[in-house]
Design a protein around this ligand. Structure first.
Ligand SMILES: [Zn+2]
Length: 335
């Protein structure tokens, strides 16, 4: 199975209704796992229920660390919301299997009653995933009503699933979805430099980098960060300037990526494998430029030059001043 959402881990299972039995998704249903912390462990559990008396699945699982695992294609119906109980919201009906018209997202919550709040990384991953699913399927990006939208499992099965997903930052989700309706590229100063390739997902820089002469894109998580970090209206442009590299995977990490900019480097590091900024929510932050993956390559070049000059200087000890290389003389010249 190919992932629908960029950057997710795929752990597929066979617990789904193929092609949604002819329906289209019009709702997103949020769940809590009532146990467990790792998205991969929950996805492995779904796999283990294949062929059992109670096979279950979900399209996505989001771990406490913000990792997203996809288990079922968005074009199929997952087995997450079969049962409709008394007191359900009026638009659900036994005439249409809810699984055929919903996309389900599980959130790992260790408590058996789902009483945990989402972690910051989990919330960020959840909000962005929801927004992208809405865009892909034209699902109304708001609280569910008879025309579609986003709600919890409690909407379908209030008798048995009143605590699914449990606490969820609904109000924050609504304002996040509203804000992101406005595209920053409508602001002329930003559109001088970028054109939108994929709505809210990829910006192509129209200006070639002064470092390598190439035009670079900013995409996905780093674009979300660039768009929301910095001065209102100019956003990342006001702090980082333009990209001087593509997004580069940080070797030795699972998910971290770095992108060099004119005035620093942006790090996508949802698992805090490289670093973290206390108090800054979300998976992205500015990288250190003196060390680590964000080190400016020009610093390494300068360090190398200094070492070379020091060696030359040592070799010159005791020799006639006329034999001292011009590069060294310049270093010590006072005029
Ligand atoms: Zn549920």
């Amino acid at each position: 199975m190919l992932p629908d959402e960029p950057g997710v881990t795929v752990i597929a299972d066979d617990n789904y209704f193929s092609n949604r039995e002819g329906y289209q998704p019009n709702y997103i249903i949020l769940h809590g796992t009532a146990g467990g912390t790792s998205a991969e462990a929950i996805a492995n559990y779904f796999q283990s229920t294949q062929g059992s008396s109670n096979p279950v699945s979900s399209h996505y699982v989001i771990g406490r660390d913000g990792e997203i695992v996809q288990c079922v294609s968005e074009s199929d119906g997952a087995w997450a919301n079969g049962y409709i109980s008394a007191g359900h919201d009026p638009w659900w009906s036994s005439a249409v299997n809810p699984n055929d018209i919903t996309v389900s997202i599980e959130h790992c919550k260790p408590s058996s009653d789902n009483s945990d709040e989402l972690t910051a990384a989990q919330k960020d991953a959840s909000f962005r995933l929801i927004k992208h699913i809405c865009q892909r399927h034209n699902i109304p990006a708001r609280k569910a009503d008879g025309n579609g939208g986003i709600t919890g499992h409690f909407s379908i099965d209030p008798v048995n699933r009143a605590n699914c997903p449990g606490p969820y930052p609904w109000d924050e989700l609504w304002s996040f979805l509203q804000q992101s309706e406005v595209t920053v590229l409508q602001i002329s100063q930003v559109s001088q430099y970028f054109e939108e390739i994929e709505k809210d997902q990829r910006w192509h820089c129209k200006v070639a980098s002064s470092l390598d002469g190439k035009q670079h894109d900013i995409a996905y998580g780093l674009l979300a960060f660039y768009r929301t970090f910095g001065q209102v209206g100019l956003n990342g442009l006001s702090i980082f300037g333009l990209p001087t590299s593509d997004e580069i995977h940080v070797p030795g990490t699972k998910q971290a990526a770095i992108q060099f900019m004119e005035r620093g480097a942006m790090l996508y590091d949802p698992g805090n494998e490289v670093d973290g900024v206390p108090g800054l929510p979300g998976p992205c932050f500015p990288a250190h430029i003196d060390k680590g993956p964000g080190q400016d390559p020009r610093i390494a070049t300068l360090t190398k030059q200094v070492t070379q000059l020091q060696t030359e200087l040592q070799n010159c000890n005791g020799t006639k001043p006329s034999l001292v290389p011009a590069s060294i003389k310049r270093l010590f010249s006072r005029t």
